[in-house]
Design a protein around this ligand. Structure first.
Ligand SMILES: C[S@@+](CC[C@H](N)C(=O)[O-])C[C@H]1O[C@@H](n2cnc3c(N)ncnc32)[C@H](O)[C@@H]1O
Length: 379
């Protein structure tokens, strides 16, 4: 079972629930560690040669690979099991959450009350904020109800479920507080700008605030703001940050157009958010980053891997076709520098590091050559 730091906002699983979570974790480790490598072999030894024999050439892009691979029985088996493991994952965390939800809601209210009194961290919700269609249309990565659905008053369930769910999804590789994304981006910033000391930081699409907390701890003199479109994850983020004793200001806003003043921040971040938006939202978000940054400020985004070869790209795009990550397959083909320029940044100030240099991060096998990063300075 992966390490996961306990705090007041987490449900305690019963022995049976714990056993189910352990099973899901082991199943996923087996699927990704033992079976998934087989899909690469099947492609090399069976699918690609057969495609060549039929077409007189190799597949040219990941879509052609997909059409050929989806006919292969080994791939079909792995893919079906992978999809089922994702469904089981949510089921295994929803049961203990549902059972303890009234208590968790009370705890979140009590943490919010003490935050109110101390005035350190804050939460501002906007029930009138329209939910972007790219979130309303599907349950992203199959989490029932997505990040946004409220099943009851003052609901925090989506946040509770997401927190434990991503811990299991990555087999604990995200760290005991799901801190890896923040750690990687922080290490990257320190590598590129060792003397940069931000005073006001904005974390876009912060969800449960797992990365916001990393930045607030790294720069205790800075004010940290986290925004998200989804209320239940924000309620959870606020209570979680308070339970961990880290002050963050959370608000329900759309990163495409926020209510922050022009030039309000010297560092704007996002962690694995852009691939869950849309073609039209992406340039609007990058434009908004430019608007809210002060001169000399930095924009920094961490994104999911794209893969080097067409078979790697195809395997990464599995999530798009089978796990409701609908936009991520388009992201693999987008020129992010061009998008940043559309947002107002200037060519020589934008750096896109797809295969990043070695970073000083604990879970190195994930940090190295895996996630890509976009760094841009506001002129
Ligand atoms: C994968 S989660 C983010 C994970 C988190 N940032 C981390 O560091 O692990 C994506 C989040 O982005 C939010 N989101 C997507 N589009 C958004 C938008 N236009 N404005 C604000 N939040 C958005 C979603 O509601 C969701 O909570």
């Amino acid at each position: 079972m992966p390490a996961f730091n306990r705090h007041a906002m987490q449900p305690v699983p019963s022995l049976d629930e714990q056993a189910r979570q352990d099973f899901v974790c082991s199943l996923r480790a087996h699927l990704s560690g033992r079976l998934m490598p087989g899909a690469y072999k099947v492609y090399e030894h069976r699918v690609e040669p057969s495609f060549r024999a039929t077409n007189g050439r190799n597949p040219q892009d990941h879509d052609e690979v997909r059409k050929a691979m989806t006919l292969d029985p080994f791939y079909q088996f792995w893919s079906a099991m992978q999809r089922r493991s994702q469904e089981l994952l949510w089921e295994s965390v929803i049961d203990p959450t549902e059972r303890q939800l009234p208590d968790l809601i009370e705890t979140s209210k009590s943490l919010a009350r003490s935050a109110n009194q101390s005035g350190r961290g804050t939460l501002r919700l906007d029930p009138a904020l329209p939910l972007p269609r790219y979130h309303a249309a599907v349950d992203i990565h199959l989490q029932p109800g997505g990040y946004h659905t409220e099943f009851t008053e003052d609901d925090v369930a989506a946040g509770v479920v997401y927190d434990k769910g991503i811990n299991l999804y990555m087999g604990g590789a995200l760290g005991a507080e799901n801190n890896l994304m923040g750690d990687i981006l922080l290490a990257y910033l320190r590598d590129k700008h060792p003397d940069f000391r931000p005073k006001k930081i904005l974390d876009l699409g912060c969800a449960i605030g797992n990365s916001s907390v990393v930045w607030a701890r790294a720069f205790p003199d800075a004010e940290v703001y986290g925004i998200d479109v989804a209320a239940p994850v924000l309620r959870y983020a606020h209570a979680r940050a308070e339970a961990l004793g880290v002050p963050v200001h959370f608000s329900q806003q759309n990163a495409e157009k926020t209510n922050f003043d022009e030039g309000a921040f010297d560092l704007v971040l996002s962690h694995i958010v852009l691939h869950e938006t849309s073609k039209s939202a992406l340039p609007r978000i990058l434009g908004e980053c430019h608007r809210v940054l002060q001169k000399g400020g930095l924009m920094l985004h961490l994104e999911i891997p794209r893969g080097k070869s067409i078979i790697e790209k195809f395997m990464h795009n599995w999530e798009s076709y089978n796990n409701n990550e609908t936009f991520s397959r388009f992201m693999t083909g987008i020129d992010l520098k061009a998008e940043a320029l559309k947002g107002g940044f200037v060519d020589r100030d934008v750096l896109v590091d797809e295969f990043a240099p070695k970073l000083d991060v604990a879970q190195m096998n994930y940090a190295e050559n895996f996630f890509w990063k976009i760094l841009a300075a506001r002129r």
